[in-house]
Unconditional design. Structure first.
Lengths: 97, 401
């Protein structure tokens, strides 16, 4: 039999995905236009305001910038902060309509 | 060797914390609790007590400091009253849910509106369902002893303990108190071992979001959901009853004073009438019982020392042969009856104990309750019971028409 949880209060080790696949919560997906993204255009590490402001830490500050959609909740902060308006939040189609 | 000093209830509480060698104290002043932590602040400032005294802007922050300090392994103390306790309400839940052995002295005071600084027990009764153990003290000796006991209980079952005593009636009244020997207290009270140690080598998220269902953590271990965690708290609170009783016995063996564990009785052996009460009004009731016996009524008193966990079995045992029960209490569960009366009735359900139970709401907002008034109330109740009134709620010394 699987052992019982021996914690007497709720706790966990901090790690990726500890709260589950939070990407499931998303109803709008950030899409990066790499022809506008400063890091991509300059082809070197630059700007990264999306990475700085992302409350979930799912933006990878590379060249090009990538967003981990397994865990991105679709809050849109990155799109709001992007100075070159390279990120668009694409709404998901509602189910059953 | 005994060291008896004349002191207030608040001094006794401060001495209890000092002897328990508390390491972190945080408080926000509120009448009538203020002098507890004022005394401690003085000791800390003089270097007589090696503790961190944290000043904050509100009682909500006080309990937040207590939760944080207890989480990283410090023995923690605070005290408050009335609105201060109510302001802590959210953090009281947080402390219990985190299973932290914090000890808080609640110096019982009425709750506004309208404003009152005077005593009743509405403040702590209103915190009944937060998951804290609640002990109600009768006198200043019991206060100092209960604070010491509270740490041993809390740190064994990992539940916070509220040591409650009546504002002004005890907090500002001086009486002889035997201060236990510091080294003897150290032997009685082992050092606090936190259930979880926060350290850089093994980082943890404490109290992350928890879901309705059980879930595997990132390491693949199946973790409890919210409800499973709540059950653990309930289980711990129920299990604490035996620990409280044992701690009281161990304390009595070592220090020679027994405050009765969960429940105490006074002249109950041959009683035809049982008075039930909590705190200083229970002490007053013992005087009333003596008066009644002089007048030919065989009265006894059952004092409920621990209100949560509610001593269900002990209550059943205490009242098993009670022909009549009268509950005096300084609180009211609005729209129903006194909280203690309601719980006693619930505990007796299905046991075959069919005594009439009358409930007196007394002393709200500091209205004086004298022993002879309790005795008169008992005689009036007995007369009504003889006429067949099985249940009755009466507001003692109160304009009700």
């Amino acid at each position: 039999m699987e052992p019982k949880d021996d914690n007497i209060s709720a706790m966990c080790k901090p790690s990726v995905g500890e709260a589950g696949r939070t990407g499931d919560w998303r109803d709008a997906t950030p899409v990066i236009d790499q022809t506008k993204c400063i890091a991509a255009v300059k082809n070197r590490p630059a700007c990264y305001l999306c990475w700085l402001y992302c409350p979930e830490g799912v933006v990878e500050a590379g060249v090009p910038v990538k967003i981990n959609l397994e865990y991105c909740k679709g809050c849109g902060v990155c799109a709001e902060e992007c100075p070159s308006k390279a990120i668009t939040m694409v709404m998901h189609e509602e189910n059953g309509k | 060797m005994s060291n008896v000093q004349i002191m207030t209830g608040n001094s006794a509480a401060a001495w209890g914390a000092r002897l328990a060698k508390v390491q972190v104290v945080s408080a926000y002043p509120i009448t009538p609790s203020t002098s507890v932590t004022e005394t401690i602040a003085n000791w800390v400032e003089r270097g007589e007590l090696k503790a961190e005294y944290v000043r904050v802007e509100s009682e909500h922050s006080v309990m937040t400091v207590c939760v944080s300090a207890s989480t990283v392994g410090a023995r923690v103390f605070t005290s408050t009253s009335s609105h201060g306790l109510l302001y802590m309400h959210e953090q009281l839940h947080w402390a219990a849910g985190s299973r932290l052995p914090i000890v808080l002295c609640c110096i019982n005071r009425g709750v506004g509106a309208p404003w009152s600084i005077f005593n009743d027990q509405q403040d702590s009764i209103a915190q009944r369902d937060t998951g804290w153990i609640q002990i109600y003290c009768r006198d200043n000796q019991e206060i100092i002893d209960s604070v010491i006991q509270a740490y041993r209980i809390a740190e064994e079952v990992y539940c916070p303990v509220m040591v409650c005593y009546d504002g002004f009636v005890l907090s500002h009244t001086m009486m002889p108190v035997d201060i236990p020997d510091a080294e003897e207290v150290c032997r009685f009270l082992p050092p606090y071992k936190p259930h979880t140690l926060l350290c850089a080598e093994e980082p943890r998220n404490i109290n992350p979001v928890i879901f309705p269902w059980q879930r595997r953590d990132a390491e693949g271990v199946l973790r409890d959901g919210y409800m499973d965690m709540r059950w653990k708290l309930q289980h711990a609170l129920e299990g604490s009853a035996a620990v409280i009783a044992r701690t009281s016995r161990d304390f009595a063996e070592r220090f020679g004073r027994d405050h009765g564990g969960l429940l105490w009785g006074y002249r109950t052996e041959d009683a035809e009438l049982f008075i039930a009460a909590m705190g200083s009004i229970a002490t007053e009731a013992t005087t009333a019982a003596d008066l009644l016996r002089e007048q030919g009524v065989r009265a006894g008193v059952v004092g409920v020392r621990v209100y949560r966990p509610f001593p269900r079995e002990e209550v059943r045992q205490a009242f098993r042969s009670a022909p009549a029960i009268i509950v005096f209490e300084k609180d009211i569960s609005y729209g129903y009856e006194g909280a203690l009366a309601a719980d006693i009735k619930a505990a007796l359900y299905g046991t075959g104990i069919a005594a009439p139970i009358h409930n007196f709401i007394a002393g709200l907002g500091g209205r004086d309750v004298k022993a002879h008034e309790l005795a008169e109330a008992v005689r009036a109740s007995l007369a009504a019971m003889a006429q067949g009134t099985r249940e009755r709620q009466t507001w003692l010394n109160c304009v009700t028409e």
